[in-house]
Write a protein that binds this ligand. Sequence first.
Ligand SMILES: [Zn+2]
Length: 298
Amino acid sequence: MKLVYSDDYDLNLGNHVFPSNKYRLIKEKILRDGVARLEDFFEALAVPERDVALVHDREYIRKLQADKLSMTEILRLEVPYSPELVRAVWLSVGGSILAGTFALEDGVAVNVGGGFHHAFPDHGEGFCVLNDVAIAIRRLQKAKVIERAMTVDCDVHQGNGTASIFAGDKTVYTLSIHQAHNYPYPKPPSSLDVNLPDGTEDAEYLAALTQALDHALAEFQPDLILYVAGADPYHDDQLGGLKLTLEGLGRRDRAVFEKARAKNIPVAVTLGGGYARRLEDTILIHTNTVRVAKEFAR
Ligand SMILES: [Zn+2]
């Protein structure tokens, strides 16, 4: 299975609740545990501005590139602005496009990054600067390698940016399963939102997820699924209020890949959030997702 990565995915956040060094740590663990070999990793490349502009407003792109965001806009991002941040998110976009391309060839591929689902066309928020998932869909549609895509967003936070970008678009189905009483407020409607109560545990989560996937895939037949495999539904997450165990998160991943496989739909994975009290738990959850993904690659 092909994995996409860059050493420059690090968002350069320093001491922040978002562990922006997680990408490197995940790659190291993948190699150390023998989940993949070095030659399975492909370098993410920054994309041209015209690709970013398939989703984002030119004015917002210009402000990002020229360090012209207002203080309000930076506060809304909730991460400090830096040239490294901009480079990292540009690379993450390239990574998600490449993972999508690989997934179409191999059934499954992973961007060891991305999943920045809170970014809107004209602004970023909630640690998300550019919506790599939305750009990847638009880019692959433009290249005519897909017509229809589905996002399966299992981050604990609703995928508000993605939902908003594809609102009214009959070619993209957005599914988000998340904690109801958590950021973002408001939650622009996805094609299908599963709002879970605080403290939802493995069994209820998995029942709700499989039901949602069955419903979505009966209603809509995508050429590609973009899976946002957030690590933050974990019970010991600092920004999440669900109670999934490590095992439950693994079963969640498996459920997504199994439902996709049953309909012969390729899956491209992005990581999304993860704020476990112990960083090693976040790293383990993401690495486990890669482990499960690999079982489903051709
Ligand atoms: Zn999240």
